[in-house]
Design a protein around this ligand. Structure first.
Ligand code: SF4
Length: 321
């Protein structure tokens, strides 16, 4: 489903995504990096990841246009196969489309670029508009880019596995950013083996979409055209555990935050708070435990809350004296 449209229909439009200004600036930088048939981008790939190969003085840039995500995915797979077979040459795939099986359904992904090396290896390229100052960038942003690239690596591995022999999908990706405060591109190789392994484990553990759908009441529908009450009921039918981290990652965050606060769920205060509180899942339950009205005194979380409540009461008493 289109979660942004669903959030709007629920009355909690998402603020998720980049500002128009950031998007325009990002697009302009990406166009600059890929100008002249990707000459600068390929130079950076050669310099940072494959300096032993022939310099990319000439490179193929196949047309990947096709109708619909399935058509574009098939076109990309064909271009990858042809580029891998044409050994000894560089190929740049600009905005290819690859599919990844997520919980039994295909998710269509669009990396900024994939480069096929002369030895047939494939490299993911991510182009970001945050600056690289003196050769290093904000670690949190680099980490997010590495996690994103790791998903593309996994999807490319599924494509590669269908070729005989399967080409090597490189686990070092190229991160391209503006150099210092200019708009000149610079790049750094990022090893995504750890992120790839974590994502692979998470994907393997996901409940299949079919199983989630089977557990829903008959007739549940998420169409944004439905009245808000009906949509709210449909969304409520799917268990969700809101945490502040959702704000940076999910279009439904404002909706889930409102519901979570209304229910007094402690996860709305953060996953670490939830972990500290053990079996106490609501703010009311926590307060009752702290005031000795509920909870097992042998539970370490309950004991800690009661001690904290005692200390607070003593401190307040001392202040009022
Ligand atoms: S709980 Fe978080 S991730 Fe799940 S739907 Fe709500 S906001 Fe999105």
């Amino acid at each position: 489903m289109d979660k942004a449209a669903l959030a709007g229909a629920l009355g909690s439009p998402s603020a998720f995504g980049q500002s128009q200004f950031a998007l325009t600036r990002g697009n302009a930088f990406e166009a600059k990096v890929k100008a002249d048939g990707g000459a600068e981008l390929l130079r950076l790939v050669h310099e940072r990841l494959d300096p032993g190969a022939e310099p990319p003085t000439r490179a193929a840039v196949p047309d990947l246009s096709a109708i619909g995500p399935e058509g574009r995915t098939a076109r990309t797979a064909l271009a990858l196969r042809e580029a891998t077979a044409a050994s000894g040459t560089w190929t740049l795939l600009d905005h290819p489309m690859i599919a990844l099986d997520v919980a039994g359904s295909p998710a269509f992904l669009e990396p900024d670029a994939v480069v096929v090396h002369p030895d047939g290896g494939w490299t993911v390229v991510e182009i970001k508009s945050f600056p690289m100052l003196d050769g290093s960038a904000d670690p949190a942003k680099v980490g997010a880019a590495a996690r994103q690239a790791a998903v593309y690596v996994l999807a490319l591995e599924q494509v590669a596995a269908r070729l005989d022999p399967p080409p090597r999908v490189r686990h070092r990706v190229l991160l391209v950013c503006p150099k210092d405060f200019s708009n000149l591109p610079t790049a750094s190789a990022v090893d995504v083996r750890k992120q790839r392994a974590v994502t692979s484990r998470q994907l393997a553990r996901l409940t299949r979409i079919q199983d989630i759908a089977d557990a829903l009441p008959e007739g549940t529908c998420f169409s944004p055209g439905l009245p808000a009450e009906q949509l709210t009921a449909a969304v409520e039918a799917v268990p969700a555990t809101y945490a502040p981290e959702c704000l940076a990652a999910c279009e439904l965050a404002f909706h889930c935050r409102d519901r979570s606060r209304a229910a007094g769920a402690v996860t709305s205060l953060g996953r670490s708070v939830r972990a500290e509180l053990g079996g106490l899942t609501t703010v009311d339950g926590v307060l009752a435990a702290a005031h000795g009205e509920a909870g097992d005194p042998a539970d370490p979380a309950v004991a800690a809350l009661r001690r904290a409540a005692r200390l607070r009461a003593e401190a307040l008493e001392a202040m009022c004296r």
